[in-house]
Every structure is written in C-alpha cells, then in structure tokens.
Design a binder for this molecule. Structure first.
Ligand code: AMP
Length: 364
C-alpha cells in the first residue's frame, strides 16, 4: 500500500521514515531530484499543477497527504476526485489564507488578535486607525517563517509597508506583546479518534523557529489549547496531524496560526514521545489506531539553520539525536535539527542553551 506525499521536503522525508516500519511505501511529487524526501523514497518530478502527474500519483496511492499546505486549489480538486486526500481540502484552503484562518478562530470562539483584510493603501490606513500601532502587515498567502511581514511602529511606516507588500492580498493585525509562544499538536484519525501531545514552548529568531521545549508544564494553558484544538479538528472532520501556534500574553492564549500538517515544533516527538507526530499522522490517515502521545522525559529541539555544525562534534553529545536533512546550506534555510532528551526540564534547557551558544559562536 502506497501513501502519496505532495512536497518532498524534510517533513515528507520524516513521514516516510516513520511509515516504513508499518510496511507502507511512499511516493512523492515534487520539482526535481535531490530533495530530502527523494533521498528516502521514489518521486514523480514536476509541478503541483501537472494534471498527468497528479493523476499518476492518485492512481498509485491509496491516500495522498502533504508536506506543504500551499498546494494550489486545482491540484487538490483533481486529486480529491481521484483518490482520498488527508487532511481535508477545507482545512488546507483555510490554512492557505491567514485572514480565513483568523476568521475561523473567531468563529469557533478561539481567542485571537484582531485583524483586518487590506487590499489598498486606504484599507491599510483605515486598519491602522481602527487597530492602532504597532501592528503587522502580512501577506494573506504564502507567508512562512516570518516572510511576507512588515512591522509598523509609527504612522510614517504605513507608506513603506504598502510599497513593500502592496502587490498581494494582505491583512493587518494587532501587534501582540507576548510573553512567549506555545504550540499544540493534535491528531485525528479517519475513524474519529483524537490524540494530543503535551504543550510545546517555542522560541523564534528572525521569524524562524529556533528552539522547542516540551512538555511545557502550564496546565491551564494546556487545557485551553486542547479545547481549541478539539474544536478545529471536529469542525473540519479533520484527518491527520494539525498544529496550532499561540501567543501567551498575560496568562492567556491568542491563536496566531494553524498548520494542517506535521509541524516543526513537534519534531521532538520522534525521540521524546512514545509515538512520534509523523507515525501518528501516517496512522491517522490510514485509519489505524493512534499511538500513545505521552512524553518520555524532557526534550529540547534545536533547529539547525543556514549552516550545519560539525557532525562528528554534535554526535559526541550524550543523548543527542541528530537529523540532517541532506540539504545544501543557504542563509535562513532549515538544514536539520537535533533533539536532546533529558530527565528534567531544567537540564534540557541548560544543555540546549549551551549548545545554541556553541553553534552560534561557530565552535560547533
Ligand atoms: P508567523 O509567520 O505569523 O508565525 O510569524 C512568525 C513569528 O513572528 C511569530 O512566531 C512571532 O514570533 C512573530 N509575530 C508574528 N505576528 C506577530 C504579532 N501580531 N505580534 C507579535 N509578534 C508576531
């Protein structure tokens, strides 16, 4: 039985690696050879809108899933007419549009920061007047890792923000002076079984996730995040893994965005939980029973961005698990990650902090 994956990045690769022990095969569709996914499974090469390739993928796979949520709507429609896709199209469509995402949170009673759609300079001026400064102008589509964002601090920034981003549909949202960020990762199976991981605490640098610590023990926040997750999963009759990112401000959660796929802040679950998010995504979309999401110890996951540290030096570290995605280095690119599993949260943090310092100073 073959699982199709649109997009052969590191997420797709980790899905395939998690699915092999369950005797499944994988087939990617992506632009060309040399992708992290293609290094571990066969691929069809071409664009996501290539009808012939989509039809071949559909005919060879019992289910098609995604490593990337921004798959064009026509590709999703074509696939869905020919095979089963998971997560559902409606969830992907919502997550492709930041404004639709915020509107969904509001509709489901999930607290989020106030937002207005912006299609003209006049819209932006109105939005700034209503929601005030500071705020963030973001592209509604195709933004990730802080790309397509402009922070406005003073009225003089309005024109520059519009000139920088003004040729795409946008939204303006209130700046959140958050204390820290967390994420919740949940999974719903084809049969409707739901499971959730412990809460993650996330640290971003330059808009890119740098460090995740889990389990983050904040019982009230975790209970609220679980309620919000359940609402979204149920709303979509969702199938597979879903991540929701939140700001924590004055002891409350504000939903920032959701990702209808396995998520970077869940990479620690490979070694730090009984069943990883990747295996549970595969189980969920195949209609198999979900695995135990309990944490084993305390994990810290560090993203390796722009430059790969010396592999041998990293591997000397005790209880460190290295994942090298086999990508060529480029500034701001996620090349790999490593996870430290420790007996206490304090020890995991201390080791992660030391490691990040050594990586940043070029000593590793
Ligand atoms: P995003 O792509 O929306 O997840 O943004 C990337 C990161 O930028 C977030 O994880 C935050 O650290 C920061 N950020 C985005 N939107 C806001 C906001 N409205 N207020 C404060 N920080 C933000």
């Amino acid at each position: 039985m073959t699982v199709g994956i649109l997009g052969a990045g590191q997420l797709g690769r980790m899905l395939a690696l998690a699915g092999y022990p369950l005797a499944r095969d994988f087939l990617f569709l992506d632009g060309g050879p040399g992708t992290p996914g293609h290094q571990v499974a066969p691929s069809l090469f071409g664009g996501f809108t290539d009808a012939k390739l989509l039809d071949e993928l559909a005919s060879r796979c019992e289910v098609v899933t995604f490593d990337w949520e921004n798959v064009p709507a026509e590709a999703l429609e074509r696939l869905a007419a020919r095979t089963r896709i998971a997560p559902p199209r409606a969830a992907l469509a919502t997550a492709q549009d930041r404004f639709a995402e915020k509107a969904l949170f509001a509709k489901l009673g999930i607290p989020t920061n106030r937002t207005q759609a912006v299609d003209s300079l006049a819209d932006l001026q109105r939005a700034v007047k209503t929601l005030r400064l500071p705020g963030v102008l973001k592209t509604r589509r195709l933004g990730y890792d802080g790309k397509g964002q402009f922070v406005l601090r003073q009225p003089a920034d309005i024109d520059l923000a519009w000139q920088t981003l003004g040729n795409a549909p946008l939204l303006y949202e209130q700046w959140v002076p958050f204390d820290y960020e967390v994420s919740m990762i949940g999974v719903r199976s084809l049969g409707g079984q739901i499971a959730m991981y412990p809460l993650n605490r996330n640290l971003h640098r330059d808009g890119i996730l740098r460090l995740t610590r889990a389990p983050w023990k904040a019982p009230q926040l975790e209970a609220a995040a679980r309620r919000h997750m359940r609402r979204v999963l149920t709303h979509f009759n969702y199938v597979g893994v879903l991540a929701i990112e939140f700001f924590v401000t004055r002891g409350r959660l504000l939903a920032n965005e959701m990702a209808p796929r396995v998520h970077n802040s869940g990479h620690w679950t490979i070694e730090g939980a009984v069943t990883s998010q990747f295996e549970n995504h595969v189980r969920g979309i195949l209609g198999l029973p979900l695995g135990d999401t309990t944490a084993r110890g305390h994990s810290a996951m560090i993203n390796l961005i722009g430059r790969m540290p010396d592999q041998a030096a990293l591997l000397k570290e005790k209880s460190l698990h290295l994942h090298d995605y086999g990508k060529s280095p480029r500034a701001g690119r996620k090349l790999g990650h490593c996870t430290i599993v420790e007996t206490t949260a304090a020890r995991a943090l201390q080791r992660a902090t030391t490691l990040i310092r050594r990586i940043d100073s070029g000593k590793l």
